[in-house]
Design a protein around this ligand. Structure first.
Ligand SMILES: O=C(O)c1ccccc1NCC(=O)[C@H](O)[C@H](O)COP(=O)(O)O
Length: 241
């Protein structure tokens, strides 16, 4: 059986590593220098970093230079997210040398462009499916963006390589992942799924790891690591069995 990949998160707002609750602007707790946070996860044995420009996602500016510096400083794989919505922001993201980018709002608002970049960049493009119930949300999770399963079917037909699935109601809450949502998405697609939002304990990670045979490939972990609910070393050990 394949091991669940872990992606510690560094979400950047106004130059700081932060965590939000339900992805809501203004709910942030600050955790200092993003590069230091990223290096900490790398030193702890992470193979992936999930790096988010929250200002770009919310349309409150961007942290592009800092994000690029973090991505370029990593020896591990980087998934870059937040505000990648057009050729210029995609080019800047890919130029950081990141392994892949996560497209959110554009997949809902600009489907033709997303179909084009999926065809052009294949595995370097993941699509973030950020949901409340089965309704997708775009623009930093502030606008409704259609039905989850209709969008998934469209993206599958366009060849999307992978999905990052977030239950917004769980994100940043330490309330545990939405396993039912993950199971349902895995049942609806044969593409790998990266779980995001709500992880609070090693048992949560073990539960997500139990979904690897159904199609879950990885789990993003944010708040639990910053709140020291467990260490990254413990998390890696927990999912390696
Ligand atoms: O990823 C985005 O583009 C994004 C946009 C707007 C708000 C939040 C966004 N991402 C948040 C994350 O990726 C979190 O770091 C991740 O879901 C971890 O959640 P948690 O473990 O619950 O802290």
């Amino acid at each position: 059986m394949n091991t669940l990949e872990l992606l510690p998160a560094v979400d950047v707002r106004d130059g700081q590593a932060v965590r939000l609750v339900h992805g809501e602007s203004g709910s942030e707790t600050s955790y200092g220098d993003p590069l230091e946070a990223a290096l900490t996860w790398q030193r702890a044995g992470a193979e992936w970093l999930h790096l988010v420009d929250l200002d770009a996602a919310f349309g409150t500016g961007d942290n592009r230079a800092q994000i690029a510096e973090v991505a370029r400083s990593m020896d591990i794989k980087v998934e870059l997210s937040g505000g990648i919505r057009d050729d210029a922001s995609l080019a800047a993201a890919l130029a950081t040398g990141c392994t892949r980018v996560n497209i959110g709002t554009a997949a809902l608002e600009n489907p033709e462009w997303v179909a084009k970049i999926i065809a052009e960049y294949g595995d370097r493009i993941a699509v973030g499916l950020d949901v409340r119930g089965t309704t997708l949300r775009g623009r930093g999770w502030t606008r409704d963006g259609g039905d989850l399963y209709e969008t998934l079917a469209r993206l599958d037909s366009e060849g999307c390589a992978r999905y990052v699935v977030t239950d917004i109601n769980k994100d940043g809450t330490l309330q545990g992942p939405n396993l039912e949502l993950l199971r349902n998405v895995c049942a609806a697609t044969d593409r790998p799924v990266v779980a995001s939002g709500g992880v609070s304990s090693l048992d949560d990670l073990r539960a997500i790891a139990g979904l690897v045979p159904e199609g879950v490939e990885g789990a993003i972990v944010g708040k639990a690591l910053y709140a020291k609910a467990f260490t990254l070393e413990e998390a890696l050990e927990a999912v390696s069995r």
